[in-house]
Design a protein around this ligand. Structure first.
Ligand code: DP6
Length: 337
């Protein structure tokens, strides 16, 4: 029996310029470019153990056995990372210190941590860019969590569908000391997952074409604002990206409404804070939570005001954080143990 294991950690990322929609080509290529901030303050920790005696892959998510579907998704990434086609089965144990699958980008940190841990446990020796490309095939936003700070993921190209398409670092976490306050709102039922939601939007929303036309320009505005550290320009472009994405999804048939009453209350509170002179803007992903973009000087007040919005259950303060990292590794051993 051979056994080798490694543990990695990765942080979620929040897109300031959103990805929503895939190319009509294999490989999970995004139809639009996106730009994100990797967040310290929330972490996924994943241990991958390859073990030749295991009859099948096992996945434990937050201490509970995962569904067959999630286990197969993980197995798929492991197949790509293992250097030959005779891969031993693996036990994967993954925990999040934040709510899973609720629009808090848990799949991004999950697949990024998985790629880094599996790479080491498999002795595959792949580069960060290769791991980002592989993570992208499982969940496009995961490609971005390989890197810290401000990260861009270009749109895929149909004429180069087989070429590697990794995310790339745009600026280190130290480039701009922003704060992002996550207002976790009451969740009624589980939102439609992003893969399903974006495919439904692409297939039925009359606004999808307009989104594809607008997204690259909004991305360019976000990118320029990040490079220039222009807070107001960033906030305006980030809100425009999020609202344009949601408008497109709302116009699907049937419409996808990721917001609850408390989401809208929190958005309104962000605008009221701005009217009161605070530097704060919002973004929202495929879920009901609101993420407020602000500065270190104003974060305490923004948190205080968001926390009293009806339906906001808790607030999490995050800041620019590092990319996915290995935290422990045990090379292959023969004979069990
Ligand atoms: C709204 O990366 O979860 O968070 O590639 O199908 O796994 P798949 O989708 P995923 O979508 C993220 C959508 C978003 C915007 C973003 O993060 O850019």
């Amino acid at each position: 029996m051979t056994r080798s294991s490694a543990v990695a950690q990765a942080h979620p990322n929040i897109a300031l310029a959103k990805y929503w929609g895939k190319l009509d080509a294999p490989g999970n290529l995004p139809a639009v470019p996106s730009l994100s901030l990797t967040l310290a303050g929330m972490v996924t920790t994943t241990r991958v153990t390859f073990e030749s005696s295991l009859p099948q892959d096992v996945l434990l998510l937050n201490d509970a056995p995962a569904s067959r579907r999630d286990t197969d998704r993980v197995g798929h990434l492991l197949d790509h990372i293992w250097p030959s086609d005779k891969r031993p089965r693996a036990e994967v144990v993954s925990t999040n210190d934040f709510p899973t699958a609720a629009g808090l980008a848990s799949s991004a940190s999950a697949f990024a941590a998985l790629a880094v841990a599996a790479n080491r446990a498999a002795g595959a020796g792949r580069s960060e860019a290769e791991l980002s490309d592989l993570a992208r095939r499982s969940s496009a936003s995961a490609a971005r969590s390989l890197f810290g700070g401000f990260v861009e993921l270009p749109a895929g190209r149909t004429d180069e569908a087989d070429a590697p398409a990794p995310a790339a670092s745009l600026a280190a976490p130290e480039h701009w000391d922003l704060r992002l306050v996550i207002a976790v709102t009451t969740t009624g039922r589980k939102p439609v997952g992003s893969t399903e939601g974006m495919n439904h939007t692409a297939g039925t929303s009359p606004l999808y074409r307009a989104w594809l036309d607008a997204a690259p320009g909004i991305f360019a505005r976000v990118r320029r604002a990040v490079m220039a550290r222009d807070f107001e320009a960033l906030g305006r472009a980030a809100e425009h990206s999020a609202l344009t994405m949601h408008a497109t999804a709302i116009a699907a048939e049937p419409g996808l409404i990721y917001w609850t009453g408390s989401t809208v209350e929190a958005l309104a509170e962000v605008r009221r804070m701005r009217a009161d002179g605070l530097g704060v803007y919002f973004t929202v992903d495929a879920g009901p939570h609101v993420k407020a973009i602000t500065t270190p000087a104003e974060v305490a007040e923004v948190k205080r005001r968001l926390a009293r919005v009806p339906g906001v259950q808790r607030t999490i303060i995050t800041r620019p954080g590092p990319g996915a990292q290995l935290v422990e590794s045990r090379p292959a051993s023969e004979g069990g143990g």
